[in-house]
Design a protein around this ligand. Sequence first.
Ligand code: GDP
Length: 343
Amino acid sequence: MPRALVTGVTGQDGSYLAELLLAKGYEVIGMVRRTSHHSYERIEHLLDRIEIVAADLLDQHSLTVVLQDTRPDEVYNLAAQSYVPTSWNQPVLTGEFTALGVTRILEAIRLVHPTTRFYQASSSEMFGKVNETPQRETTPFYPRSPYGVAKVYGHWITVNYRESYGIYAVSGILFNHESPRRGIEFVTRKVTDAVARIKLGRAKELRLGNLDAERDWGFAGDYVDAMWRMLQQPTPQDYVVGTGQTHSVRQLVELAFSHVGLDWRRHVVTDPKYFRPAEVDLLLADPSKACRELGWEPKVGFGELVAMMVDADLERLSAPGRQVPAAVHHEGTKSPPNSSGAE
Ligand code: GDP
């Protein structure tokens, strides 16, 4: 039975990846940071089938011990401070988790169990102020936030450990990927949650930032399959993963409101608080290498994804007897959320 260690297992991608690996017959070990409260809601249904170990990307020793104790065949590093606006408020901490954390895991692998295959969750935010469109594996990076800068470091240290030590280490450059499990602070989920609240008469308006930003949005469930495929290749390589289609935040909003028969113009207000100090205007993937070499393709299109997310939020908010806390949004760069979970 192959064994996989997943950092960031409590996050959106961690939960989908754990499901996929269990279905493939893996023994799954999920790494979590010790906190006074647990945030296991995305993996509650898996807790009897996965092992949870406590360690921290900030603590080298804890990682070394986890590698020694578990000796996994594969390590998926999905943990990070993953929210762009927070990275302006906590740039050093973002660097510790999202950049140096990668080196710490790679060091543990190198010293304890160098035959482990390693997946690094890299991000289209590395392309930032894009040098070419669409973006592919060879497109130069130009990150536009401390988060993007930290991810560039994580990418290159992964490449470097592959080239320096022959470790099977790959960097998956994934474009934005969403789902009903997406954190509420990201724009897709913020929109679908607000649409559901407005539809149910519990809210009236939705305050957003830049409606002109364009993203290549796919479904997280499809993307974890690409991660797994990257670790099954004869030679380790880096891949861009996205849909090859881009949509603006405005289109997202239009689609989400019209899905429940509402006119977005009557509810959406733009608020300068949600604009960023530096913006990534347009992201569009060229996933042809992943499609060709991994046999991967996205299955859920944008319209289906938005409908799925709105429907899930409607269902969640209408469930009888469920306590529904008021949505708390932290998108502005002024008041950071305590967000050091994983994407
Ligand atoms: P990101 O691409 O990783 O930063 O993912 P996000 O979902 O946080 O943001 C995607 C885009 O939506 C960015 O260009 C934001 O500027 C834009 N956007 C516009 N309004 C909002 C908002 O209220 N919240 C968030 N999170 N993003 C917004």
